[in-house]
Design a protein. Structure first.
Length: 78
């Protein structure tokens, strides 16, 4: 079994929240699980996604995510 885990540090939620939510809706078919953690220290939060499905769609999702400013993310495929 393979796991695709994506963690996103949202540094500037005021700039990206709506656009990020729209991206999640657009790629909802590959997002199996989603966990959001708010934290006052970083003035934003962390979003953890479990991705599943078509590897091409996952790559397209990551390419679109690269266009965002105000976030950092790490993708782990194990």
């Amino acid at each position: 079994m393979e796991y695709n885990i994506l963690s996103i540090l949202v540094k500037q939620p005021q700039l990206v929240a709506d656009k990020l939510q729209n991206l999640f809706k657009e790629y909802g078919c590959i997002i199996r699980s989603r966990l959001g953690l708010n934290h006052n220290i970083v003035n934003g939060g962390i979003i953890i996604l479990e991705l599943s499905g078509d590897s091409t769609q996952i790559e397209l999702f990551l390419e679109d995510l690269n266009k965002f400013q105000g976030i950092e993310y790490k993708h782990v495929n194990i």
